[in-house]
Design a protein around this ligand. Structure first.
Ligand SMILES: Cc1ncc(COP(=O)(O)O)c(C=O)c1O
Length: 338
């Protein structure tokens, strides 16, 4: 490991803080985006019909059950505005994705925060109990950021059944593609059969298009029509639309990326276990570490060693990088903890 670290040199940074894909988009995707660039004197297709059709085929749903936007972040904010507002509340787990409190504040709703359980998973019973008469929105981040944990399919089914019909459930599946646990299942079937469920997905992670800002929601046509009232026009730009369409044309290479990510995740987890550092077994492209030392302090120390990771409360979150980057993180962590 130390040799790899030396080879990388101290100049280059290992950016393991934002759960990005460590590899560039597939070459054909870069070409598609470059080709689309010559047409950017025109506004993008506001209905993104080609992308929507590709996604509908990809997911086996109807085109009007897809809502694209400038990353799922934008769709989360638009959804919060559409169903929230003063006098309402939105409920989410803690720690979970930082966008939920931001969207709740943008909408002017109250926050109801429910801690994860002792295994760092959503505590669905406690979440159900916390829903009150003001609640219009519940977030279920599955797998959860920043802990990398999932709630299994049966638990999601029971939760969806138990949440009142007038409360919208946003199932955020930003990391769905990385999951290897057989107990996990997408909530898309719920989203297309229930008025109060939408699934959010993104091209920012496994497809490697974070800089282009493109994501989508899946839900019933009427539900999506209601939510998209709060979205500004032309949100999905033309480069992003072209790139996302092309990105879905390479399932074999995507599968390789997913396998490589799982191997990198194991590399990180094995290294952490060897160092005796606590972590949450992950189903995503990042691992939540629970160091004895203050995570902010440790993240700052690692950054001085050229390794950028994210401190989020009690969690030090490290994104799965290339083999060399993962090793570099483990070497830096070992040196810091020595
Ligand atoms: C759980 C979760 N949802 C959504 C997103 C946002 O993705 P996008 O880049 O599509 O806005 C992220 C990004 O880190 C995330 O962690």
């Amino acid at each position: 490991m130390a040799q790899v670290s030396r080879e990388l040199g101290i100049g280059g940074l290992a950016k393991l803080a934002s759960n990005e894909c460590p590899l560039p988009p597939f070459p054909e995707v870069v070409e598609a985006a470059a080709a689309a660039a010559s047409g950017v004197n025109r506004y993008p297709d506001n209905s993104a019909h080609e992308l929507v059709d590709s996604l509908a085929r990809h997911l086996d749903v109807a085109p009007d059950q897809i809502w694209p936007g400038a990353g799922s972040t934008q769709l989360i904010a638009a959804t919060a505005l559409a169903v929230g507002g003063p006098g309402t509340s939105a409920l989410y787990a803690d720690p979970s994705f930082v966008m939920y409190p931001i969207a709740t504040r943008i909408a002017g709703s109250e926050e109801i925060v429910v801690p994860l359980d002792e295994r760092h998973r959503h505590d669905l019973d406690a979440m159900l109990a916390a829903i009150d008469a003001t609640t219009t929105l519940v977030y279920l981040c599955n797998p959860n950021n920043p802990t990398g944990t999932i709630v299994d399919a049966g638990s999601v089914d029971r939760f969806v059944d138990a949440v009142p019909d007038d409360v919208l459930i946003v199932v955020d599946e930003a990391y769905h593609e990385y999951v290897t646990d057989g107990g996990h299942r997408s909530a898309v079937p719920h989203a297309v059969t229930r008025d109060n469920v939408v699934v959010m997905r993104t091209f920012s992670k496994v497809y490697g298009l974070a800089g282009l800002r493109i994501g989508y929601a899946v839900g019933r046509a009427d539900t999506l029509a209601w939510l998209r009232r709060t979205q500004v026009p032309f949100s999905a730009n033309s480069l992003a639309q072209a790139a996302a369409i092309e990105a879905m044309r390479h399932p074999d290479r995507l599968a390789k990326r997913i396998a490589d990510n799982a191997a990198g995740r194991e590399q990180l987890e094995a290294g952490l276990a060897t160092l005796g550092v606590r972590y949450a077994p992950s189903q995503t492209n990042f691992v939540a570490v629970f160091p004895e030392r203050d995570p902010s302090d440790l993240a700052a120390a690692l950054e001085r060693r050229g390794v950028i990771v994210r401190a989020l409360g009690p969690v030090l979150r490290v994104t799965v990088g290339t083999d060399a980057e993962n090793d570099r993180f483990l070497v830096a962590l070992a040196e810091e903890l020595a």
